[in-house]
Ligand binder design. Structure first.
Ligand SMILES: C[S@@+](CC[C@H](N)C(=O)[O-])C[C@H]1O[C@@H](n2cnc3c(N)ncnc32)[C@H](O)[C@@H]1O
Length: 474
């Protein structure tokens, strides 16, 4: 699927035996498969195969997906022992350009199970409705872009795609019209280099908050906002947002947004849900749980949040190499130059399925968006605007994408008034029209894995999601 290599013939000579060995690994070295708990069906999947080849050519960045990294290391070792490859090849960067065949298989097993303990802890900075699973995003980046490429997510939400891009050595452009999405995405990407630096910044902000909090009047907030906080906590939170906005400290702003509301003691509100802001007085009546309604100090909670953010940040030397940009624009009208993007990977809004501003209304209030309803109206989601607005967005994606580039969209079907809207089918048809037939659908992969991972408020969306893979032909 990946041959022929465009480069030097001696390199091709070395890769071919590798491919051959990988093809027949179950027959030749069943012990290697067994040692890694892999079924032949797993490794026969083209994804595993491709990752192995990427490792051989020295550009693949370590991944723990289905233990591929360990498998690949053992295969390479076996090949070295059998004189099938030379040692130097492992470091070689020269095999960087393989031709890809038309169809590469996606395999949902590669992102099955929970990634909470494997992914960068920066992914968990703040919750987001409709957040993509980092394991799936990693596979999509791996398959449809190369290190050094520019990858664009036009509906970035909480920034899973751009963060994974930077971790995988791709240049990232992220965009979302929602100020909440903008702040958490920029916050993740601009996290200070070390926990030490981040904690120093947090302590400095807290000192400034101490000086300012007495001048904050809780009455400035509408009733529905004030009801979430002890008045003294509210003053500190409000003062902290003021300071962080002045300092343009998006990382700490994202940390603060992440601890704004929940039932747990490490959060700032009275007992409330985490994803969307609902107080829970029935479950936790104040007379029975008075401690949950007392003053919660900002200092200890913000510092603990910063500590958690760095548990497994995974920002390494790689971080300085890829560049990143975060925009807050309507995807219908982007400021990105034409033909400047190698790959688009995104999860666009579904057909009227989610209310992004409503779900984040408390966080948006602190970010200076008092009218979440107006923001929801400007996002592409409602039934009435979905098709015309998505058409314009796709026109823009076609414009910014280079010839040959992939546009990979994760979409879901939605039930409306008893009828099903097949979002992926609608979107691929629109893309074909706006691009005069140049944006062609390679395939639609249906991930049937029960959807326990994506945060959804309602069940109007179906339980499987579809990955629409399109390519812009020359
Ligand atoms: C499904 S969510 C993206 C989730 C994201 N992939 C993640 O993992 O967190 C869709 C996003 O599209 C944004 N959005 C909707 N209409 C938009 C538009 N016209 N321009 C820019 N962003 C828009 C919403 O604010 C929302 O964050």
């Amino acid at each position: 699927m990946l041959l022929p290599c465009k480069h030097d013939a001696s390199a091709v000579d070395q890769v071919e035996p590798a491919i051959d060995l990988l093809r027949h690994l179950d027959g030749q070295h069943p012990d290697v498969l067994k040692a890694h708990g892999l079924e032949p069906a797993d490794y026969h999947s083209k994804l595993v195969f491709r990752s192995a080849i990427e490792s051989i050519r020295g550009t693949y960045i370590a991944s723990s997906l289905t233990q591929r990294q360990g498998l690949v290391a053992d295969v390479l070792e076996t090949m070295k022992q059998n004189d099938l490859i030379e040692d130097s090849m492992l470091e070689s960067k020269q095999l960087s350009l393989f031709e890809e065949s038309d169809h590469v298989e996606l395999d949902a097993r590669l992102w099955g199970g929970s990634f909470n303990a494997k992914e960068s802890s920066l992914h968990q900075l703040a919750p987001y409705v409709g957040k993509l699973k980092s394991g799936m995003v990693r596979v999509l980046i791996d398959l449809y872009s190369r290190p050094g490429d520019v990858v664009f997510d036009p509906f970035c939400g909480s920034g899973v795609v751009p963060l994974e891009c930077v971790l995988l050595g791709r240049h990232a452009i992220a965009n979302d019209l929602s100020p909440y999405a903008y702040v958490i995405t920029r916050g993740k990407l601009s996290a200070p280099d070390s926990k030490h630096d981040a904690l120093l910044e947090a302590e400095d902000v807290i000192r400034e908050v101490e000086l300012r909090k007495s001048s904050i009047d809780p009455e400035i907030a509408p009733d529905w906002v004030r009801r979430f906080f002890h008045p003294e906590t509210f003053k500190e939170v409000r003062a902290a947002f003021q300071v962080l906005k002045e300092r343009q400290n998006y990382f700490l702003m994202a940390c603060l947004l992440g601890i704004l509301h929940h039932v747990r003691p490490g959060f700032l509100s009275y007992p409330a849900s985490h994803l969307t802001p609902y107080l829970r007085p029935k479950m936790y009546p104040p007379e029975k749980f008075p401690h949950m309604y007392s003053y919660r100090d900002l200092k200890s909670r913000l510092l603990a949040k910063v500590e958690r953010a760095y548990r497994r940040s995974m920002f390494t030397h790689l971080r300085d190499q890829p560049t990143w940009t975060v925009l807050q624009e309507n995807t219908m009208n982007l400021s990105i130059p034409s033909a400047s993007v190698n790959t688009v990977i995104s999860s666009p809004p579904y057909f009227g399925a989610l209310d992004y501003a409503r779900d984040n209304r408390l966080r948006l209030w602190f970010l200076g968006v008092p009218d979440w309803k107006q923001l929801d109206r400007s996002l592409t989601a409602s039934d009435q605007v979905y098709v015309p607005q998505m058409t314009q967005c796709l026109k823009e994606l076609d414009r910014v994408l280079r010839d040959g580039g992939y546009c990979v969209l994760v979409l879901g079907d939605v039930e409306r008034n008893g009828s099903k809207k097949h979002t992926a089918n609608i979107v691929c048809e629109l893309a074909r029209e706006v691009s005069n037939g140049r944006m062609i659908t390679k395939f639609i992969y249906v991930d049937e894995i029960p959807d326990i991972r994506r945060s959804r408020r309602r069940t109007r969306t179906t339980k499987c999601e579809q990955i629409l893979v399109m390519q812009k032909i020359e």
